[in-house]
Design a binder for this molecule. Structure first.
Ligand SMILES: Nc1ncnc2c1ncn2[C@@H]1O[C@H](COP(=O)(O)OP(=O)(O)OP(=O)(O)O)[C@@H](O)[C@H]1O
Ligand SMILES: [Mg+2]
Length: 328
C-alpha cells in the first residue's frame, strides 16, 4: 500500500526570488492527487522538493518518519528508493534502447541478475503498452511512446510513491485519454500514492481523488477533487475555464492596474457558471478495485462537515448508488 506524504509549512526561494511559501498538504496513502498551476508557479520545484533534490529553507516533508528536507542525506537517499519519478521531458538516454533505459534504475540501484531484470522490464513495458518497441532508440519513437517509456522506467523499482511531471505534455487528446486510464489502472494494480502535475483539464477533471493549485507563491487550495472543481475562487474558475479574464495574466500574475482596468471596463469576472463535476475514471474491466477509492470514500465522508456546500453536494451525488447498483 502507498505511503502518506505530509508536507508542512514548506517555503522555497532561489536567492531573492520566493517561489512559494508555507505550503502544507497531505497526500493520502495510495490516493491520486493532481497539482495544477500556471507555468512558472513552481510545480516542478515542488516535486523536486518532495524527493529531496531541492532544499526548501523552511518546513518539512515527512515520509515514514523521514524528513526529506532536514534528515541526514543517507536517510533521504534510502527513502528516495520508494519513489518513481516521471520527468517533464521524459529524460531518456538517447543512445540507449528503450529496454536499457527502463532497466537503468535496476542496474544502478539493485544487484539483481540480468534474467530477473529482463523479467521486470518486460512486465513494465507490457503495462505501458510498449511491447515490441523495447529495442528502439528514443529518437525512433513518437513523443507519446517516449512518455510511456518514462513511466515504465519510473515503475521498475516498485515505487510506493509516484510523481509525474506533466505526463500529458506533447500528447494528442486521444493519447491523453489513454494515459489517464493507464494512471488509474496503475493505481488499482499497485496502490501507490501518486502526485501528478498537469495543465490538462481533462486529466484534472477525471483522474485524481484530490486536487490542489499553486498560484502567486501560495497553495491556493488542496483537498478532495470536488472542492476545487466546484470552487468559485476567481483564480480557480479562470484556470478551469481557460479564460483570459481573471487574476492570471501572461506572466503569471496581472498587475494591479490591469486588474482594475478589467474590472472597470466591464470585463468584470462575475460569478462563474456552476460547473458540473464529471465522474472520476474507474479502473478498466478486469482490474482490481482501487483500494484507495474505498479508503478515500470513508475519509471524505468523515470530513464532509468542513467542506463547502457545492463540494458536499457533488460528493453526495458521486457516492449515491444508481439503480443498476453501480456508482455514478
Ligand atoms: N535550480 C533553479 N535555480 C534557480 N531558479 C529556479 C531553479 N529551478 C526553478 N527555478 C525557478 O523557479 C520558478 C518555478 O519553476 P518551475 O519549473 O517549478 O515551474 P513550473 O510550475 O513547473 O512551470 P511549468 O508549468 O512551465 O513547467 C521559475 O521561475 C524558475 O525559473
Ligand atoms: Mg514544470
Amino acid at each position: 500500500m502507498g505511503i502518506e506524504v505530509v508536507v508542512e509549512g514548506l517555503t522555497k526561494s532561489f536567492g531573492k526570488q520566493n517561489i512559494w511559501q508555507d505550503v502544507s498538504l497531505t497526500l493520502p496513502a495510495g490516493e491520486v492527487s493532481v497539482m495544477l498551476g500556471p507555468s512558472g508557479t513552481g510545480k516542478t520545484v515542488f516535486l523536486k522538493s518532495i524527493i529531496g533534490l531541492l532544499k526548501p529553507e523552511k518546513g518539512r516533508v515527512l515520509i515514514n518518519g523521514v524528513d526529506m528536507v532536514n534528515s541526514p542525506e543517507r536517510e533521504i537517499m534510502e527513502t528516495r528508493k520508494l519513489f518513481g519519478l516521471m520527468f517533464q521531458d521524459g529524460a531518456l538516454f538517447g543512445s540507449m534502447s528503450l529496454f536499457d533505459n527502463i532497466a537503468f534504475p535496476l542496474r544502478e540501484h539493485t544487484r539483481k541478475k540480468e534474467s530477473e531484470i529482463r523479467r521486470i522490464v518486460m512486465e513494465r513495458i507490457d503495462i505501458v503498452g510498449l511491447l515490441g518497441a523495447e529495442g528502439k532508440l528514443p529518437g525512433e519513437i513518437s513523443g507519446g511512446m517516449r512518455k510511456r517509456a518514462g513511466l515504465a522506467r519510473a515503475l521498475v523499482l516498485d515505487p510506493q510513491i509516484i510523481l509525474c511531471d506533466e505526463p500529458d505534455s506533447g500528447l494528442d487528446p486521444v493519447r491523453t485519454a489513454y494515459l489517464s486510464q493507464l494512471l488509474i489502472d496503475l493505481n488499482a494494480q499497485i496502490d501507490a500514492t501518486m502526485l501528478i502535475v498537469t495543465h490538462n483539464l481533462d486529466i484534472a477533471a477525471t483522474v485524481p481523488d484530490n486536487m490542489g493549485m499553486l498560484f502567486c507563491r501560495n497553495l491556493v487550495t488542496f483537498g478532495p477533487r470536488e472542492v476545487l472543481l466546484t470552487s468559485d475562487m476567481p483564480v480557480v474558475s479562470q484556470f478551469l475555464a481557460g479564460r483570459r479574464e481573471g487574476p492570471i495574466g501572461m506572466s503569471e500574475e496581472k498587475d494591479a492596474a490591469t486588474l482594475a482596468a478589467e474590472q472597470t471596463n466591464g470585463e468584470a469576472w462575475g460569478r462563474p457558471a456552476p460547473r458540473t463535476v464529471v465522474p472520476q475514471l474507474e479502473p478498466s474491466p478486469g482490474m482490481p478495485v482501487r483500494q484507495a477509492a474505498l479508503r478515500r470514500r470513508e475519509r471524505v465522508i468523515s470530513m464532509m462537515g468542513r467542506l463547502p456546500e457545492a463540494a458536499r453536494t457533488a460528493i453526495m451525488n458521486s457516492y449515491t448508488p444508481t439503480l443498476d447498483g453501480g456508482r455514478r
